[in-house]
Design a protein around this ligand. Structure first.
Ligand code: ADP
Length: 192
């Protein structure tokens, strides 16, 4: 099964992807994690995306499509994957459809985590108050920018996937376990 977890920055895609990985054995393919790992490792890819990510801008479609393609061809994706933070633009979604079609596969389901802007902002503020290690793009100012990017570039995917009949929406403002429960209910209603 190939799933896309979709939603604004801070909606809880990473949290729910990790739970899906544990419960369903589907690897989590997070472009954000992959890019942050490249920055951490100081690779040429990392160096080339560092400033873009810190500003909360999107990395090029070409770059993320390439890293997703390479990752998807690893053996652990033989039964599918959970895509987290990808696709983020219509061209990325089209490239993902093509990549899967070339492998005789498809996206089975797109789960939208719906969260209001005010709740996203209060989550960032809570993380800052709690202290600890923060991402360089996890500030109220950068979040506001990332949200703008989300509405401009990524939200149009809602209609793209609704048109394909693949979109299911869950309430991302519910407690984590309740969101997990809603996702499980959707998945269990889907033929394997
Ligand atoms: P969040 O969903 O909280 O914004 P991510 O970890 O998914 O966090 O993404 C962090 C940053 O990584 C984005 O702001 C962007 O710069 C870059 N990025 C991640 N995925 C993509 C993608 N699919 N396309 C372009 N840029 C991406």
């Amino acid at each position: 099964m190939n799933l896309v977890l979709f939603g604004p920055p801070g909606a809880g895609k990473g949290t729910q992807s990790k739970i899906l990985t544990e419960k369903r054995g589907l690897p989590q393919l997070s472009t954000g994690d992959m890019l942050r790992a490249a920055i951490e490792a100081g690779t040429p890819l990392g160096l080339s995306v560092k400033a873009t990510m810190a500003k909360g801008e999107l990395v090029s479609d070409e770059t993320v499509v390439r890293i997703i393609g390479e990752r998807y061809d690893q053996p652990d994706c033989k039964n599918g994957a959970v895509f987290d933070g990808f696709p983020r633009t219509i061209p990325q979604a089209e490239a993902l459809d093509r990549m899967l079609a070339e492998r005789g596969r498809k996206i089975d389901l797109v789960l939208e985590l719906k969260v209001d802007d005010a709740v996203l902002l209060s989550r960032v503020e809570a993380r800052i108050k709690a202290g600890g290690v923060l991402r360089s793009d996890d500030t109220p100012e950068t979040l506001a920018h990332r949200l703008g990017v989300y509405y401009r570039n990524t939200a149009p995917l809602i209609d793209f996937y609704r048109g394909q009949g693949k979109l299911k929406t869950v309430d991302g403002m519910a407690p984590v376990e309740a969101v997990t429960g809603q996702i499980a209910a959707v998945l269990d209603g889907i033929p394997a």
